[in-house]
Design a protein around this ligand. Structure first.
Ligand code: AQP
Length: 361
């Protein structure tokens, strides 16, 4: 092969309620991409169990994230939608990547440090090795593009490091088996033929990092104990309005230029949310609202959020009421995903030198 076929992969964890950050940073961006490249969108339930999950709640949240993909406009006829645990190649490749990635690489991951906190000795091994599973998710499909929020940038870099080390460690074997793809930019560190692509993160737009409504220095997150810190996709109009009204701000009016948002974390966040929901830029939002007080801007933001989110919220509710239909989407998606990942794992087993007594073809 002379080039990797373009493919998108991304995932969301079924842990608690989806929020505006998940929607603007990731899910909403899946929709246009499905018309540009073959796309694989996963509900990453294996990632979810890196911390304790109540089984019934995990099932509910898995179906709810699936419903959110559908309600946002991901079309299961175009894109593949499935849950990670149903395609065993993710786990198998993750183990192999546990043996490629280095301890030092994982120790540098800031998300582990944040999530494990002071209790790292008691965190699961899975939470520590989480980025290796993420690399396996992406590379089991030899995906080339990964739309994610800014918080996943470091994990994406690790995925590229893993792909690069595998391509290097097994460079001769890849050529010998005729499995290589021409490397457009060979260097002493990167051989002439590659098995895995080095996937590109797609992190762009005004909403790559939506911050907490209570603290502009903290990411909006499902695990924040304060529900007022985030807008959940299942919040009703009244709740959305209340949360935006209570959102932390400063006493000044909005600036007329984007530079004026510097050092005003909360103002910057609300203007970014408005821009992302309206499909415009922060500069355009400030052209309209510059000079106005938050008492005028917040109601406009509430109205916009409700206008954009209410139809989706209604559709998620309608979809989750029919779990059989959701499971049918997940089953079909898992079969199509496995049809891509199985031959990749077959190649990878051969590259490692495993005797393919059972899986050989
Ligand atoms: N605040 C955010 N702004 C923009 N994008 C965000 N994402 C998450 N938070 C924001 C993006 O959403 C996708 C799915 O994330 P995830 O469910 O895999 O887990 P996460 O990043 O760990 O999300 P949370 O809400 O912070 O969950 P908890 O609290 O459980 O850790 C990813 O593309 C992510 O970048």
């Amino acid at each position: 092969m002379t080039a990797f076929e373009p493919r998108v992969f991304s995932g969301v964890q079924p842990t608690g309620n989806l929020h505006l950050g998940n929607y603007l940073g990731a899910v909403s961006r899946f929709v246009p991409l499905q018309d540009q490249m073959p796309s694989v969108y996963c509900v990453v339930d294996l990632h979810a169990i890196t911390v304790w999950q109540d089984p019934a709640e995990l099932m509910r949240a898995t179906r709810e994230v699936t419903a959110a993909y559908l309600a946002a406009g991901v079309d299961p006829k175009k894109a593949i939608i499935f849950n990670q645990s149903q395609v065993k190649e993710h786990s198998e490749l993750a183990w192999m990547f546990n043996c490629i990635a280095r301890m030092g690489w994982l120790r540098r991951m800031t998300q582990f440090k944040e999530k494990a906190g002071k209790n790292a000795e008691n965190a699961s091994v899975g939470l520590f090795a989480y980025p290796n599973l993420m690399a396996a998710d992406i590379l089991a499909y030899r995906a080339t593009h990964v739309p994610v929020g800014d918080d996943q940038k470091q994990h994406l870099e690790l995925t590229r490091d893993i792909a690069q080390k595998f391509n290097n460690d097994y460079a001769e074997r890849i050529v010998e088996l005729g499995l290589g793809v021409t490397n457009p930019e060979p260097t002493p560190e990167s051989p002439a033929e590659l098995y895995f692509p080095l996937p590109e993160p797609l992190i762009a737009g005004p909403a790559t990092r939506i911050m907490s409504l209570r603290d502009g220095s903290k990411k909006m997150s499902k695990s924040d104990p304060s529900d007022l810190s985030r807008i959940n996709l299942n919040d009703d109009a009244e709740t959305i309005a209340k949360k935006i009204k209570k959102a932390k701000t400063d006493p000044d009016a909005l600036p007329s230029e984007v530079e004026g948002l510097k050092d005003r974390l909360e103002a910057d966040n609300l203007v970014g949310i408005y821009a992302a929901l309206a499909g415009t830029t922060k500069a355009d939002v400030l052209k309209e609202y510059g000079g106005q007080q938050f008492s005028a801007f917040k109601p406009a933001l509430s109205d916009l959020a409700v206008e954009k989110l209410a139809p989706m919220t209604g559709e998620i509710r309608r979809l989750v009421a029919d779990p059989t239909a959701i499971d049918a989407v997940l089953k079909d998606g898992a079969e199509r995903a496995a049809a891509i990942a199985e031959p990749v794992l077959h190649d990878v087993r051969r590259i490692f030198g495993f005797v393919e007594a059972r899986f050989g073809r």
